[in-house]
Design a protein around this ligand. Sequence first.
Ligand SMILES: [Zn+2]
Length: 342
Amino acid sequence: MTKLLQTSTAGSLPKPAWLAQPETLWSPWKLEGEGLVEGKQDALRLSLADQQHAGIDIVSDGEQTRQHFVTTFIEHLSGVDFQKRETVRIRNRYDASVPTVVGAVERQKPVFVEDAKFLRAQTKQPIKWALPGPMTMIDTLYDAHYKSREKLAWEFAVILNQEAKELEAAGVDIIQFDEPAFNVFFDEVNDWGVATLERAIEGLKCQTAVHICYGYGIKANTDWKKTLGAEWRQYEDVFPKLQKSNIDMISLECQNSHVPMDLIELIRGKKVMVGAIDVASNTVETPEEVANTLRKALQFVDAENLFPCTNCGMAPLSRAVATGKLAALSAGAEIVRRELSA
Ligand SMILES: [Zn+2]
């Protein structure tokens, strides 16, 4: 029988201080040239070792080779001018200076495929690889070419599908698309967001996932969360459509959030990565707190479909806190695993 409650993380983990400034998003690299290539690989190995040491079942690269979960992917595409910047409002929440789409977007060469091969060579455990989702990508750009959010999203879906197929061939077991924008633009999600995501996974035989969260633990996000009221019902608007989609797994923020757990009922039948670690707090959860969240989730998702996870990426946290949280996740899952087998 396959192990129940296999643990994983949403994606990013802190980078070593010799590679990039810790506890910072978009932190510039401290190395260059060959040294940077080697440094990224060393960091990936360390990140993998941290996950293994904590007993995480489905491991990742900890996003050690990328500066940012959206920007780094886009940097590898043609049609986007990174010198030409415009200020846009990201996810209706905060202003950021972003690059401009100046022509047809294309993927001239693989983005993460070599990194995925490198990770694959380090471990026999199942590996998960995160890519940005089409809607979140368009929301992080100024579009002076297509002048249509939907049109640009379809273009990105085709590009993501090319990358995903090569990641699958490299031995990735689960390909995850990060779509925090799904928690904001409900009409677009239902009109074309889920459809573009399905285009991105077209023809894949590996498992596919979508990660929908309330964002990293940065100030713009924690301020926004304060405006959402006592019950966060955002998932309710997109779950029915996702339930009918071809996506296998859905990754959610559940720890310390105000998401009513019963919303998970709306995606019955899907595998659910339940966020049982709060990434917006430096307090390391106790295993019992993690177990409590998982027990609540088990009321609405079958045990074989429950995958304990983190709420979001842990890149902005200190390494000590992130390592503690990984261990708590693992220990909390083990408590509930024992209860289930008893
Ligand atoms: Zn997230």
